[in-house]
Every structure is written in C-alpha cells, then in structure tokens.
Design a protein around this ligand. Structure first.
Ligand code: ATP
Ligand code: MG
Ligand code: MG
Length: 352
C-alpha cells in the first residue's frame, strides 16, 4: 500500500493518520516535537526541524505523497518536498493562506468575495493610511503564525495601535472590526479530479478567542446556508485546491440585508469540522486523505444533528463524567499534560 507523509504531529495529524490507517495507508509523520500526538498512532515518525532540508528530503522520499496539518510550513520546506513528491494542498494554497494579506488579496480580488476592510501595516509610516481604511476600533493581527487569537489585539486608539504594532514587531495587517451576528464555517473538500463537496454549514462559538463549540446545522435560513456553501465551493475552485479546506465566515446583518464576509482560510482539516467524525457519512479527515491520495471522495451527507464541544484545559480532566452521557462521542488527543487554553480533545453530542 501507499504511504502518506504528514507534516505536523498535533491532533489534526493524529486524526488524519487514524483515518488513513482505516483505508490501509501507512502514515509517516514529520514534526519537531518528540512525543507528538500523531506519532503514537502513525506507522513511522521522524523528529526533525522544518528548516532541515536534508531530513525533509529523506522524509519525502520515504512516502508517496505529502500533506500537512498546519499552514505555517515554511516555503523553503514546501519547496524541498515538492521537488521530491507531490504536495497537497499545493505550494500556492500554502503561500496564499499562511499570510493574512496574501489571503485577503486572493479572496477579494481573486475570488471576488467580501472580507473585512484591511490594510498591511509594517511600521509607523503605514498607520495613518491603514486607519483611513479600517477606522477605529480595529483589530491588529500578525500576518503569519497567529492561531487561537494569539498574535492579535483589538485597538481602540492610535496609542493602542502603536503599542500593539511595536509588541508584534511589524509585519501586521489592520482589520476593520466587524459587528457580526454569528460566525459560520464551511468545510469543503475537493479531489484531484476537481470534484468538490461541502459539508453542512456549522455555527461556531468562541471563548477567549478559542473555538468552543460548533453546532450543525447552523440555526439559520436555508438561503443563508446555501450562500455559505456556494462561497466555500467557489473559493476551493478558484484556488485549484486539493484536500479539505476550512472557510471561516462572519454573518453580518445590515438594515435587514444579510452578507457573508470571509474571515480566514485554513488549508487543512479544521476544528469546526470535527463533528464529521461521528455525524457524517465520510469524515473531513478521511476525505482529506482520499483527496491527497487521488482517491474518489466519500459522501459528505450529515447523518444527525450534532454539537461539537472542544475540551480545553481542565475540561478533559474527567473523561468518565463526559461518558456518563451515552450520546457523547469522546475524542482525546493523548497529550501528556493538561495546560490552560490547550486543546485536549473534543466531544460530539449527537441528536442535538
Ligand atoms: P484560529 O484559531 O481560528 O486560526 P486566529 O488566531 O487565526 O484563529 P482569527 O480567526 O482571525 O484568528 O480571529 C479569531 C476570532 O476573533 C474570530 O473567530 C472572531 O471571533 C474574532 N475576529 C477576528 N477578526 C475579526 C474582525 N475583523 N472583526 C470582528 N471580530 C473578529
Ligand atoms: Mg487562523
Ligand atoms: Mg480563525
């Protein structure tokens, strides 16, 4: 059988490796941290740095195709790998989605979808122009490496903006603050043959900037859900994307008129798609594996209403209490220690 290489050893890599194993694939996981969650379920693993070209080349030549579980794969690492084996999603998807400015330019000019007003901002000289575009309050975000709300700050005044920009060391984007009614996500999967599917749209709720729960189907009008699905599919098509893609959206209501703005893209399986493990015919993980392996996609049909609850920090301390509810489908990531704010697992509650 074929071997699939996965860059990154966190919970997403772990769930990808589990889905791949079920289809008879071996996975070889590459990650800098020893004892990573994905290592313990994969056939092979390598502890290596993302700037170690030699180790990356050895890893790539040991597999048939390479994918990744996080968007911060350095461009140079992607190049080393792509020179050796097919990389899915490809280098363009990676470059577009790992830089918030490149992503917003692609979304607004390449895909014709609406995003929050934004301006690249690197230093003092860019501040006036940027505020002219976004107004205040606004959100300052680092262009790269942010997640779970890290690397972003809401700024209400010029001084707050200066302070945050200095703290982040430049290379940021300033975004207008969107007053949204809800946050939605589309989980899209597109095969190497260009056939694409989108799962039912979920509504996302955050706590302390970390995804807390996803409810599917999102309790919204059918037209809104259809528009969100179409948006997700259009973006995957424009990117010529192969694999599972997460599209985070804001639903805005303006004098009764609804609009969908795209917040960000994730070129990988997405936390808001974890419900698909227990409430869809084919999970986002299996479909990602099928797509990168060049296999046909499985049905994305939802089989039950579902609520996905993230287990963050202490919430994972007592798994048996969670399992007292027989409808709870528990997933633990096998992380060695519980830390505040750390994603330890999730639960899918079926039929609600
Ligand atoms: P993730 O963990 O999803 O990758 P992230 O750190 O990349 O998160 P974003 O998704 O950009 O950050 O923002 C995190 C959350 O902050 C959003 O889900 C939303 O609740 C809020 N937010 C981000 N940008 C804006 C905005 N322009 N206006 C209003 N709220 C925003
Ligand atoms: Mg993000
Ligand atoms: Mg986000």
């Amino acid at each position: 059988g074929a071997t699939i290489g996965i860059l990154g050893g966190g919970q997403l890599g772990r769930m990808l490796a589990l889905a791949a194993a079920r289809l008879g694939f071996d996975c070889h996981v590459y990650c800098p941290e020893p004892d990573s969650p994905a290592f313990r379920v994969a056939a092979r693993h390598t502890v290596g740095a993302y700037d170690d070209a030699e180790a990356l080349a050895t890893f790539a030549s040991s597999v048939d195709v390479v994918t990744y579980e996080f968007e911060n794969v350095p461009a140079a690492a992607a190049e080393v790998i792509a020179a050796c084996r097919p990389l899915y999603p490809d280098a363009r998807a990676l470059a577009t989605t790992q830089d918030r400015v490149a992503e917003k330019i692609f979304l607004s000019f390449g895909a014709g979808v609406e995003v929050a007003p934004f301006a690249a901002i690197d230093g003092e000289a860019d501040i006036e122009t940027a505020i002219g575009v976004t107004g205040l309050p606004a959100i300052l975000k680092t262009r790269r490496f942010g997640y779970d709300g890290k690397g972003q700050a809401k700024v209400g005044t010029l001084d707050e903006l200066r302070e945050a920009l200095e703290r982040f060391g430049g290379d940021c984007v300033l975004e207008g603050l969107i007053s949204f009614e809800s946050e939605l996500s589309a989980i899209v999967v597109r095969g190497a043959d260009g056939l694409a599917e989108v799962y039912d749209i979920g509504e996302n709720r955050h706590e302390n900037h970390i995804l807390s729960e996803t409810i599917v189907p999102a309790p919204l009008a059918a037209e809104t859900l259809a528009a969100a699905r179409a948006l997700g599919l259009a973006i995957a098509e424009k990117l010529g994307y192969v694999g599972t893609l997460g599209v985070e959206m804001f639903l805005v209501r303006d004098q009764g008129e609804e609009r969908l703005l795209v917040n960000e893209l994730a070129p990988r399986v997405h936390n808001s798609g974890h419900w698909t493990e227990d409430a869809a015919v084919t999970s986002q993980f299996e479909n990602h594996i099928r797509a990168v392996a060049g296999w046909p996609l499985g049905a994305v049909t939802r089989t039950a209403p579902v609520r996905m609850l993230n287990l963050i920090g202490d919430a994972a301390a007592d798994p048996l209490a969670i399992l007292a509810d027989p409808s709870a489908r528990l997933h633990l990531y096998g992380k060695r220690e519980i830390r505040a704010g750390r994603k330890m697992g999730h639960v899918n509650y079926l039929d609600r």
